[in-house]
Ligand binder design. Sequence first.
Ligand SMILES: Cc1cc2nc3c(=O)[nH]c(=O)nc-3n(C[C@H](O)[C@H](O)[C@H](O)COP(=O)(O)O)c2cc1C
Length: 360
Amino acid sequence: MNLPKIDPRELRQVLGAFVTGVTVITTIDTAGLSHGLTANSFSSVSLDPPLVLWSQALTAYSHPVFRDAERFAVNILADDQIDVSNRFATAGADKFSLTRVRVGRGDVPLIEGCSAYLECRRVVGYPAGDHMIFIGEVECIERTGRRPLAFGSGKYLIAQPHDFGMLSADQASSNRSRLQAVRLATHAAVELSAQLDETIGLAVWGNHGPTVVHWELSKQPVSLNLRVGAVLPMLGSATGLAFAAWLSAAETSAFVAADLALAGGATSPSAVHDSESLETALTGIRASGLATLTTVSNFSDRSADSVNAISAPVFDRCGRILLAMTALGESDKLDISPEGRVARALKTCATQLTRSIGSR
Ligand SMILES: Cc1cc2nc3c(=O)[nH]c(=O)nc-3n(C[C@H](O)[C@H](O)[C@H](O)COP(=O)(O)O)c2cc1C
């Protein structure tokens, strides 16, 4: 049977979907010179006996050395060692003069500051296509507790616990759920921003009102002056309107009153100028599940006259708004219509977060 030819670029991308750690494999040659290269082909093979493998391109400058070497060490990089990874991924470079190392078994260099180490004796090298697979018996291991660097889809990643399962009732009912929600929402904002190429903000209800805890900037954000910690206007921001719609009046009344007193100012939404128009606006927001607003831009670094924002609530398991997740963009570019692409994606993301946090 004639199989369709695999497109090497597509193959590379498919393989990139398998997220790995990053290692630098080191060894020493017969003249006592150190060699090493960045490799993510590392994998465990057997626990008893302890065996690991990695594979090396036959074209690698250091291949003849590894092919003949008796020993190699696997240095599992920590997440602050991207510079080390890049250095050891540069063909034939002088990799060791800038690298802090210590000497391991058989004088093989070990890179300081890694997450873990496996010192191996080479058991066998199998030719496999354009690579050679090396299997090593592990003779010595060490763990430092540093968080490992991760790699996927051609990018360095940060490895963090994935908590997108349901939280326990205890966790959900405590303040931990709020911290957890911010952490989950931050991850979700990274993905949503990449998916939509829009700037995504996260805000919580703070002592002084709606408070930004995270911005995930799009490639061309409406401003580079978006601040974490900024307190947003209650009625002059989609985020503020989301909190006004879903928090109790007792919690928001002081902030709402202060904003209503400013009604007619540059940042006030024209539709909301008294308590009656506010109530109509909030009823509409609750019905659609989204707060939207077009305001005058007051970002000094952008020429855009007005800014569009659309905000969706994330609730805790008691149905209380925990977070507002908001897309922000220039008004001629960001579609904030309730059935639009951004509205739908934002709502889906906020609903998924609400579910993860354990809403009833
Ligand atoms: C994240 C990452 C993972 C890599 N994994 C491997 C690998 O598993 N095997 C390999 O031969 N090259 C791998 N490379 C490429 C080598 O590090 C690169 O070709 C290096 O220049 C080889 O060094 P040398 O030519 O000086 O021997 C990887 C590069 C990066 C950035």
